[in-house]
Design a protein around this ligand. Structure first.
Ligand code: C5P
Length: 400
């Protein structure tokens, strides 16, 4: 087994991989990129593999004992762990500008690639195109996993667990699929997601709004795109970056959100994650409203906004699943189930707001999903993790 170690923080996990591969009976020769040596020393790999580690194409002593071409021929299997975005790009491009890329290019052995990187790098269309190219050429891709990353963020980018890599090498069919392709049920499915608040203008400088951050809807859009769905994200006024591969339509008011959602249909799934304002001013003042010395108070006349979610749910024809959110301060189950029935939804995700550890503005969320004949609790976790779990449930409900 030729283990090529790339330059990422997950390089330390490759030490454990050497040990487990040897336990499984493999002879392991390690080759490291220059970047990998910044994270772990060759000496550590040498101690665990029992063989001198190869670090350079230009090492005359190593070339004398077994040249890189011989080493490339020697390998029965090449595993790259961790495979960084750069290494994947260089393999896809057929580069041979360092030892690891040259070994891979010079070898006819089966290749297993275990990516690990920041989730934005993994989800970037460039990396996705490169990994797809490697797959098309027959490489086995194991991982990455979804979860907390070294830099404090969360998302698909963690190196697959060492036992799973070992299992995938022993039985290629048991490979842990990489996150984007793991949920083939959503591949090619069209999803329209609303997210964020709406702002209802009173005059050119003031509006009525709410405290929605948009994070939950954006996390859902990101996770759905990563699973291969075609995602249209109708976003209220929030400052969040657009997730890779997502078509974003910015709106401000409930009326604009309704129009953008209707224009984005037909779709297979609609997820109403936006906190749509229930009321809007009856008249919008064209000029700034001025306070006067005489009046001590003022009244605003408000009118109801269209219920976008209920209207979408009535279009029973094309949509396979309509999912709503319910943010409640009390009696969560009762109100959520009421909305499920009244708005004719397939699924509603309810969470308590106004409590610590979740809801509006928070990075974390705990929720309960309700459908006609079932429910499921989700403990407090990051909105990115919750998005992944909710999409798993949504995929299951598609088939229900
Ligand atoms: O009735 P309530 O506003 O609590 O329902 C929340 C759900 O309904 C959310 O999914 C929200 O996106 C959706 N909604 C909507 N249009 C409105 C009000 C709420 O789509 N005018």
């Amino acid at each position: 087994m030729l283990l090529c170690v790339g330059g990422g923080i997950a390089a330390y996990k490759a030490l454990e991989l050497v040990r487990r591969l040897r336990d499984a009976g493999a002879r392991v020769q390690v080759a490291m990129t220059e970047g990998a040596q910044q994270f772990v020393t060759p000496l550590s790999f040498q101690a665990l593999s029992g063989l001198p580690v190869r670090t350079s194409l230009w090492d005359s002593a190593a070339e004398q004992s077994m040249g890189h071409i011989e080493l490339a021929r020697w390998a029965d299997h090449i595993v790259i762990a961790p495979a960084t975005a750069d290494l994947i790009a260089r393999l896809a491009g057929g580069h041979a500008d360092d030892l690891v890329s040259t070994l891979c290019l010079a070898s006819a052995a089966p290749l297993t690639v275990c990516p690990a990187m920041n989730h934005h790098m993994w989800l970037h269309p460039a990396t996705q195109a490169n990994i797809d190219l490697l797959r098309q050429r027959g490489a086995q891709v194991v991982g990455p996993e979804d979860g907390p990353l070294a830099e404090g963020e969360s998302g698909p980018g963690r190196l697959a667990q060492v036992p799973q890599i070992v299992a995938a090498l022993a039985h290629p069919d048991s490979a842990v699929p990489s996150v984007p392709s793991s949920d083939s049920r959503l591949r090619g499915v069209r999803l329209v997601i609303s997210a964020g608040p709406t702002y209802e203008d009173l005059d050119p400088v003031r509006y009525i709004g709410n405290r929605s951050s948009g994070k939950m809807g954006f996390a859902l859009a990101q996770a759905a795109a990563a699973r291969g769905a075609q995602v249209v994200l109708v976003a209220g006024p929030v400052q969040l970056p657009t997730p890779a591969g997502v078509e974003r339509i910015n709106v401000r008011s409930a009326a604009q959100m309704r129009q953008a959602v209707m224009d984005a249909l037909p779709a297979d799934i609609y997820i109403g994650a936006a906190a749509v304002s229930d009321y809007t001013p009856k008249v919008v003042c064209p000029q700034k409203m001025k306070k006067t010395a005489q009046t001590t108070g003022m009244s605003l006349e408000l009118v109801r906004t269209p219920d976008i979610l209920a209207e979408v749910a009535q279009q029973t024809g094309a949509l396979k699943l309509v999912v709503g959110f319910a943010a409640e301060t009390h009696d969560v189950a009762t109100y959520a189930r009421g909305k499920l029935v009244n708005k004719r939804l397939d699924l509603i995700i309810a969470n308590r707001v106004g409590v610590a550890g979740g809801g509006f503005e928070s990075d974390d969320n705990a929720a309960t999903a309700y459908w006609a004949d079932g429910e499921r609790e989700f403990a407090s976790m990051s909105k990115a993790q919750l998005a992944g779990q909710l999409l798993d449930l949504i995929s299951q409900r598609l088939d229900a």
